[in-house]
Design a protein around this ligand. Structure first.
Ligand code: NDP
Ligand code: PYC
Length: 331
């Protein structure tokens, strides 16, 4: 696979200029370019530049409004909604997260629903934002049906990511961010592009047979991680991200989508909790006792650790050349 080395600044400029030349205003372009660059910086390859052609498809088809101005509605002191009016999710997050953090720091717990947004990114940025401000962050969203609920060979759930971050003052937060499918669809697509097999148990082909061929899974279904347990968590993500936000479930999103390859319009739920207000003084020392036990165990590494290590590297990133050429042509 041919690759090209790009600095983080070059990655940002490539994403930013391509978004601007496809109808985004500065606020929308910089919010998405920033998320894409942070994904490449941390090694979240399936949600960095890889998503740019999809982002552009949504702008070109008119499904996504690159000039949308999200509006905020504080329904109660602890319940906040940001309506994206058809923007990509990062701009709505920029508007809502400071208000969510302030509410949770004041009253202990608060929820932010994003509606009318198109989510195509990793979710760790929103939970890390909260943890960096001393809060526990939980975020989830749905996409389009790609995953068969346990017991079925037919798709209903999206890959339905769930992210969680816990603050560790003076240290990077501990943060997991995972699709509730056995593998994120983006990683299945990358494996198909690069001619690699995926582990048995990742998904089924169009006839419902287990396969290691990612191209056949893309035509068939993904499976939830961990059988019926992952299936239950994926169901919870549908309920929290759609039932609780009044936005579309994955199946509804698909029915109303124009099929342009960009993410459908939907919602995201972000919850913030204050350990200082809920647990009280002493929570840091108590939690660090647990973290010390956990990290002193042989073979254990914390979720997020790989990304934080990548983040320390300020050098160039190796990017698929064909992808970069495709994005340059879109600009
Ligand atoms: P991974 O399976 O790669 O990783 C899931 C989590 O597990 C990460 O926090 C990772 O930390 C951690 N982890 C991985 N290996 C270990 C290990 N050996 N020990 C401890 N922790 C570990 O992620 P997915 O493929 O499931 O998801 C990839 C991305 O796709 C996510 O960012 C998700 O938000 C995004 N996504 C977005 C969707 C959307 O609709 N917007 C839909 C589906 C997925 P680390 O990162 O440090 O390796
Ligand atoms: O990788 O599964 C995925 C995904 C779906 C929507 C955005 N990312």
């Amino acid at each position: 696979m041919a690759t090209i080395n790009l600095t983080l600044e070059e990655i940002y400029t490539l994403a930013h200029s391509t978004l601007l030349s496809n109808g985004c205003d500065e606020a929308n372009a910089s919010a998405v370019a920033d998320i894409v660059t942070r994904a490449e910086r941390d090694g979240s390859h399936s949600h960095g530049l890889f998503r740019m052609p999809g982002y552009i498809k949504g702008l070109r088809s008119g499904k996504v409004d690159g000039k949308a101005k999200p509006t905020i509605n504080k329904k109660t002191p602890a319940v906040i909604n940001v309506e994206g009016h058809g923007c990509y999710a990062p701009l709505a997050q920029e508007v809502g997260l400071p208000v969510l953090a302030a509410a949770a720091n004041e009253i202990g717990i608060a929820a932010l629903s994003l509606t009318g947004v198109h989510h195509f990114a990793a979710l760790w940025p929103e939970t890390e934002y909260l943890a960096d401000r001393g809060l526990v962050g939980i975020a989830c969203t749905v996409s389009q049906p790609t995953v068969a609920p346990a017991g079925s060979i037919h798709k209903l759930f999206g890959t339905n990511p769930l992210a969680f971050a816990w603050p560790r003052p003076g240290k990077s937060p501990v943060c997991f961010d995972m699709a509730t499918s056995s593998m994120a669809l983006g990683d299945v697509q990358i494996a198909a592009r690069d001619g690699k097999e995926v582990p048995l148990g990742t998904g089924l082909d169009a006839e419902g047979n287990p396969t290691t061929d990612p191209a056949k899974i893309a035509d068939g279904v993904l499976l939830p991680f961990g059988g019926y347990k992952g299936s239950a968590i994926s169901m919870m993500v549908e309920l929290l991200s759609a039932g609780l936000t009044s936005e579309t479930f994955s199946f509804e999103a698909k029915e109303s989508d124009n099929g342009d390859g960009a993410p459908p319009k939907g919602g995201e739920l972000i919850i913030a909790l204050s350990p200082q207000l809920i647990a009280g003084d002493g929570w840091v020392a108590h939690v660090e006792l647990f973290m010390d036990r956990l990290t002193s165990m042989d073979g254990v590494r914390l979720p997020g650790e790989r990304r934080y290590k990548n983040r320390l590297d300020t050098g160039t990133r190796s990017i698929n050349l064909t992808l970069v050429e495709t994005i340059r042509e879109l600009a």
